[in-house]
Design a protein around this ligand. Structure first.
Ligand code: PLP
Length: 429
């Protein structure tokens, strides 16, 4: 009783992306990309806003396209304050929807036709494939490295090769910056080169900046460049694509689009509020506004409008979130170093990419390890979910309340059958 396309979609889903895991009761979830450390500061602001501002009118449909004008106004100020755009962001550059995923799905629908492709580096968040393929039937054409690029020219070379090897028309590329799952940041000159690559090939540039304000900077461990188990990134400070001078690069701003949401930086994935920012493409803005009409709940709008309306308080909230994220990341780095597990030292986000399976890992040993984690009562995200070419890698969330984090790491030691036991420093969270 399903349409042909839905049957094809479900069959693609079972082959390529795992259905969301349902964890047995009591499993400690370290596989979910969520920031619990900012929640104590965000929740009271949201609660008060709903208590004070929810009116009868809010029980009606929101009439405006793109989002309620009040929300768009404070959101524009929020982006102008925190993303340092070259061109000031106006409410008419924004569209709201139910999270970043919904923005991406409708953006891809609006710029690609069935059978088109988008370039995307691996490892990658599996949701990119779902938002591209499940409804839109747009393919992800992976950009893979065997050796990590060390400069912009090498970086672009990988994109050129992926473009050449693609068996479908390429309509654009997606860059996840800060990166999920690596937790690292692209050097701005690489982004500039990639923007010019898009201009040359007449394709769209989609920048997913959902972790933008979770940029906590270099950790203690990243100072130790002599440790061969630690992959240190080239950049520590996030620069939004909005802050790049497209005029100087001779890049048409109509091809540049940013996706953002409150899910990660504000620990509010349940509120489902995301944004498209596109500053010179009114046709595309209108397309997304129509596709996302009536999607965002007025309660979420009220809560987020209150959060964004006091930028000074928000600055304090974000600074304290970043220092907690850094402490939690350093704790996990300390644990991994103690057990001689290789990892990417993150400068942003709420998780870490770590090689629990070791260098000799195979698909089979990864599956066994995943079962051992589950048996020890801890859920860890497998690298295969992120289209990682190299076995052994897993993604682990560290942005958890201290007791939960330490208990999760204790369970991981059980799963690894560790002979030596790590002792955490005193909690600073
Ligand atoms: C890179 C990236 N983009 C988008 C999303 C989806 O965000 P949202 O909850 O706002 O739909 C996620 C969620 O994990 C993500 O990691």
């Amino acid at each position: 009783m399903l349409s042909g396309r839905m049957k094809r979609g479900l069959s693609w889903l079972s082959d390529h992306a795992s259905a969301e895991p349902t964890h047995p009761k009591g499993v400690l979830e370290m596989d979910m990309a969520e920031n619990w450390l900012v929640r104590p500061d965000v929740l009271p602001i949201m609660k008060d806003a709903v208590e004070l501002n929810l009116k009868q009118q809010d029980l009606s449909y929101s009439q405006e396209l793109g989002g309620p004008p009040g929300l768009l106004q404070v959101s524009a100020s929020f982006f102008n304050h925190f993303f340092s755009p070259q061109v000031a962001i106006l409410p008419e550059h924004l569209v709201t929807s139910t999270g970043c995923a919904s923005i991406l799905e409708t953006l891809i629908f609006s710029i690609c036709d069935t059978g088109d492709g988008l370039l995307l580096e691996t490892p990658m968040w599996d949701g990119f494939a779902v938002t591209s393929t499940l409804r839109n039937n747009v393919r992800i054409c992976p950009v893979r490295y065997t050796r990590r690029p060390t400069n912009a020219a090498e970086f672009i070379q990988h994109y050129s090769e992926a473009m050449k090897n693609a068996t479908c028309p390429i309509r654009g590329l997606i860059v996840c910056n800060p990166h999920n799952p690596l937790g690292q940041i692209y050097p701005t000159v690489w982004l500039e080169a990639l923007l010019q690559f898009c201009e040359t090939h007449d394709i769209h540039f989609i920048s997913d900046e959902i972790y933008a304000l979770s940029n906590f900077g270099a950790t203690r461990c990243s100072q130790d460049v002599s440790n061969p188990d630690v992959v240190i990134g080239l950049e520590t400070k996030f620069t939004s694509v909005l802050a790049i001078d497209l005029k100087r690069l001779e890049v048409d701003p109509a091809r540049v689009h940013i996706a953002y949401s409150t899910s990660k930086d504000f620990g509010s994935s349940g509120f489902r509020l995301g944004y498209l920012i596109t500053q010179s493409n009114p046709g595309l803005r209108r397309a997304l506004a129509v596709l996302n009409r009536f999607k965002v709940s007025n309660i979420s709008s009220i809560a987020v409008a209150a959060l964004f309306s006091n930028l000074q308080t928000l600055e304090t909230v974000l600074n304290s979130s970043k220092s907690r994220l850094r402490i939690a990341a350093e704790t996990l780095e300390n644990f991994l170093s103690f057990h001689q597990i290789a990892f990417y030292s993150p400068v942003a986000g709420c998780f870490m990419w770590a090689r629990f399976g070791g260098e000799l890992a195979t698909k089979e040993t990864d599956a066994e390890l995943l079962e051992k984690f589950a048996a020890a009562g801890v859920a860890v995200a497998a690298g295969s979910k992120f289209n990682s070419g190299e076995p052994g890698w897993f993604r682990l969330t560290f942005a958890l309340p201290w007791k939960v984090l330490i208990e999760g790491l204790r369970r991981i030691e059980i799963a690894m059958e560790a002979k030596r036991h790590w002792i955490p420093e005193k909690s600073q969270l």
